[in-house]
Write a protein that binds this ligand. Sequence first.
Ligand code: NAD
Length: 443
Amino acid sequence: MRITIFGTGYVGLVTGACFAEVGNDVICVDVDAGKIDRLNAGEIPIYEPGLEAMVVRNHASGRLRFTTDAAEAVAHGEFQFIAVGTPPDEDGSADLRHVLAVADSIATSMQDYKIIVDKSTVPVGTADRVRETVRRRLADEGRAVDFSVVSNPEFLKEGAAVEDFMKPERVIVGCDDARARDALHDLYAPFNRNHDRLISMDVRSAELTKYAANAMLATKISFMNELANIADRVGADIERVRVGMGSDPRIGYHFIYPGAGYGGSCFPKDVQALARTANDVGYIPQLLEAVEEVNARQKHYVFKRIREHYADGLQGRCFALWGLAFKPNTDDMREAASRRLMESLWEAGAEVRAFDPKAMEETRRIYPGQPGLTLCDRPEATLEGADALVIMTEWNVFRSPDFDLIRDRLAAPVIFDGRNLFDPHALQQLGFHYYPIGRPVVA
Ligand code: NAD
C-alpha cells in the first residue's frame, strides 16, 4: 500500500519505518528541512531502540523515503497520516495549528480519494475540524475530491516504540464510514496476525480514548506520589505499600512506582488538554486538576530534600546527577524532572555535573553554554568532589553501581534518589546518608 506520513518525530518516524518494514511504500514529509536532510543521509535524529537499523534498511530498499515536498507526498499515498506535534497552547488546550496546516496541505494537492488518518493526539472534535478544513479548501478551489477522515490515535511508548508498533496491544480506529474502516483493517493486518487487535468505534470515542488512557496512567503515578508523601509523614515505607497493594489483581503492579514526578511529551500536556476540554463543555475536572497539581509538587520533592539537608545553603555546592531523560531508553527531555531540579539548583547557586546514557546531545541543545552545568562522558566522572549524588532517571546502568567507588569519589557519602533504586538499609550499612522517596530516611 502507498502511505504518506506528515511529521518525522517519535510517532511519525516510527510509524513510517514500521509500515515500510512490512512491505508498504512510504513517504515521510516534514517541514524541518534539516531533519529530512539528516534522514536522507541515514542519520536518525532521535534515539529509539531498534529504530536506526529499521530506518536505514527500509530507506536503502526504497520503501521508505523522506521529503519536504508536501505536494509530492500527498500525490503518493492512498493513506495520509497526520503525525505532527500538538503542543499545549497558552491555556493548556492542544494547539492544532500543525494538524490543521497539514489538513490544508493535503486538500491543496489531492487529486483522488484519500483516507486522512489522524495519529496525533487531538481533542474530541478535531476530525470534524480536519474534515471542515479540507472541504473549505476544495470549495475555495472549486474542486470535488472524495475523502474520509479517520482517528487512529497512537499508543506507542517512547523507549519501546518500535516494539509497541510492531506488536500493538490494540489499534484504535475511529471511523464513521465503512470504506475507510475496511482499508485501515487491511493496512494493520500484518500487525494483527496473532489475533485481531483492532478496536473499531466512532471518531469521537477514539479521540477521547487516547486522552483517557494517558490521564489514567498519569493518575496512577500521582496517586502513588501522594501516598509516598503520606508515607513520609507517618513513617511507612511506600515500596512495601506498593508491593502489598499491587498484589491485588484489581490493582496490579504496573505503573504504581512513586518517583520525582512524571514528565515527557505526553502525560503533562494530555492531562492539561483533557481538563481544558472538560472546562470548555462546562465540567470541572477535579480529579484531573489534582493529578496535575500533585505532579507539579512532586517535581520539587528532590530539590526540597536537598535544600533541607544543607542547612547552610546551596551556594557553591556541586551535585553529581545521573539521568537527564524523562524516562529510561529515550533521549527525550521534554518536561523531564531533571530539568526542574537542575534549574532550581542553578538558581540556588549550585553546580551540576551530569551524565545520561542517551540524552547528552539533547541537554546540550536545551542548555547551550549553561553556566553551572558540566556534562561528563561516564557516570563515575560526575562524582569527583561532588557534595552528593542525585539520581533522576532509572536507567538500568544505574541500578547496581560500585558503591565503594561512589563513596570514595564524593566529598560526602550522600545520595538523593528520585527513583527509589536502592535498599535504604544496605546503603546505610555502606555508610551512605540516603534519601529515597516515601521511605524512612536512614542516616
Ligand atoms: P515531535 O515533536 O517529535 O514531531 C513532530 C514533527 O512534526 C516534527 O518533526 C515537526 O517538524 C513536524 N511537523 C510540524 N508541522 C508539520 C507540517 N505542517 N508538515 C509536516 N511535518 C510537520 O512529536 P511526536 O512526539 O512524534 O508526537 C506527535 C503526535 O503524536 C503528538 O500529538 C503527540 O501527542 C502524539 N503522541 C506522541 C507519543 C510519544 O511518545 N512521543 C506517543 C503517542 C502519541
